[in-house]
Design a binder for this molecule. Structure first.
Ligand code: NDP
Ligand code: MG
Length: 390
């Protein structure tokens, strides 16, 4: 039996891990790969995996590379709306590994054309879970989260009735600045902020991990996927990143899931690939088990965690505004336009502004409403952006 698969965002950190897992299993036929602008990389991937369809979203790269792809019998398309044209029947699996809110529209476009939908793109879940969930049901598509914590929870609660779950604990490494004060990292360089102690990831999520924004996102992601309330989810810092989730049940049983900090593990398990690592490291790690340490996060050190108390019970524009402010602030930091502390200071300040707060009671009705709110939020951010020195 063979399985067909599409990887959206194949040139990124998750996309590359997914291809690495697929290399170990001959059952998979890659039908589609996509990138934003990394034409060279995706060309090599398409040749290596004999892929006939590639989507690129950057117009200049599309024009420059079209003939190279055609000469090699690969169809190159401009824009993710072409998904519908390429996949006319359901394929077996899709992985959405695009970063940022741009991942939402392709998620909605591809659900009708895939039997199993694996999402790493947490931004689309956070802003558009209602629309994703509706389409999953409508097209009878199975959903598997592959963000490591959510994959772990998903595994731990299989065959367990939801009403039996008492508490879900998400673990966090604490990032590269766990033992530094906010004062020390005010003007820290992107190079240092990107240097995550336990995971190798894309730039955006590495910055989000350094100030715990990623854990706020993951808490909202878990709330939506598993239909939990905020009070039933908590966060513990676990610097070795060996345990990814803990689920406490009402019957007093506690389930814990451990694996090495390597995204190939949740990805290959979600694809039922028997992935045998070349590295001895993925074997049972007694030293790490004996040195497990869990610490309650300090909100003074990670002020961004205070956002958890502001999460509305039901879906509103809050999530879209939060994701948009953060996406843009991180981008500005990586471009050198603002310093490190200005990411969280602007975020915590703007999220409380009267102008944005009035939208926390309103709901987006469709993806166009979400898109309009992204533009509004970005305009507001650009007019009100501050540079903080303390
Ligand atoms: P990367 O930045 O490494 O890769 C992102 C991918 O998406 C690249 O292929 C990129 O193309 C493509 N892309 C970026 N912007 C656009 C756009 N506007 N339109 C179309 N394609 C685009 O990200 P990661 O792999 O680190 O993360 C991907 C997602 O998975 C994120 O949502 C992240 O939060 C989540 N995640 C990541 C984990 C990790 O370990 N990396 C762990 C858990 C979740 P190009 O190469 O041209 O830039
Ligand atoms: Mg995660």
């Amino acid at each position: 039996m063979t399985f067909s698969i599409a990887i959206l965002g194949s040139t990124g950190s998750i996309g590359k891990s997914a291809l690495k897992a697929l290399k170990k299993d001959k059952k998979f036929k890659v039908k589609l790969l996509t990138t934003n602008k990394n034409a060279n990389k995706i060309f090599k991937q398409a040749i290596q995996f004999k892929v006939k369809n590639v989507i690129i979203t950057n117009e200049i790269k599309y024009k420059n590379y079209k003939s190279l792809f055609e000469k090699n019998n690969i169809k190159l398309y401009l824009g993710l709306h072409n998904i519908k044209k390429i996949l006319r029947r359901k394929i077996s699996y899709t992985i959405n590994a695009i970063s940022g809110i741009e991942g939402l529209e392709p998620s909605l476009n591809i659900i009708p054309y895939t039997e199993n939908f694996l999402i790493a793109n947490k931004e689309s879940i956070i802003c558009g879970w209602k629309f994703i969930h509706y389409k999953l049901k409508k097209y009878n598509t199975k959903f598997i989260p592959i963000d490591s914590e959510h994959f772990s929870i998903w595994k731990l609660i299989q065959d367990e009735p939801k009403k039996e779950i008492k508490k879900v604990i998400l673990t966090a490494s604490g990032g590269p600045f766990l033992n530094k004060s906010l004062k020390d990292i005010r003007n820290i360089s992107p190079k240092k902020a990107l240097n995550h102690p336990t995971w190798k990831m894309g730039k955006k999520i590495s910055i989000d991990s350094s100030n715990m924004m990623n854990k706020v996102f993951e808490l909202i992601e878990a709330k939506k996927i598993f239909d939990l309330s905020v009070k039933n989810i908590s966060i513990l810092i676990h610097p070795t990143s060996y345990i990814h989730a803990i689920v406490i049940f009402k019957n007093n049983l506690i389930k814990i899931l451990a694996h090495e900090a390597n995204m190939i593990i949740p990805i290959s398990n979600a694809l039922n690939i028997n992935y045998i690592s070349d590295q001895k490291k993925t074997e049972f790690n007694l030293k790490k088990l004996n040195n497990m340490k869990f610490i309650k996060p300090n909100y003074k050190k990670f002020p961004i965690l205070s956002i958890i108390n502001k999460i509305p019970k039901n879906d509103t524009y809050f999530e879209t505004i939060l994701i948009t402010l953060n996406d843009s602030l991180v981008e500005k930091y990586l471009k050198g336009e603002i310093n490190y502390i200005s990411i969280q200071k602007n975020l915590l300040n703007l999220i409380e502004s009267t102008y944005l707060k009035k939208y926390y009671k309103l709901k987006p009705k469709n993806i166009y409403d979400i898109k309009k709110m992204i533009t509004k939020t970005n305009n507001y951010l650009n007019l009100n952006l501050k540079y903080y020195n303390e």
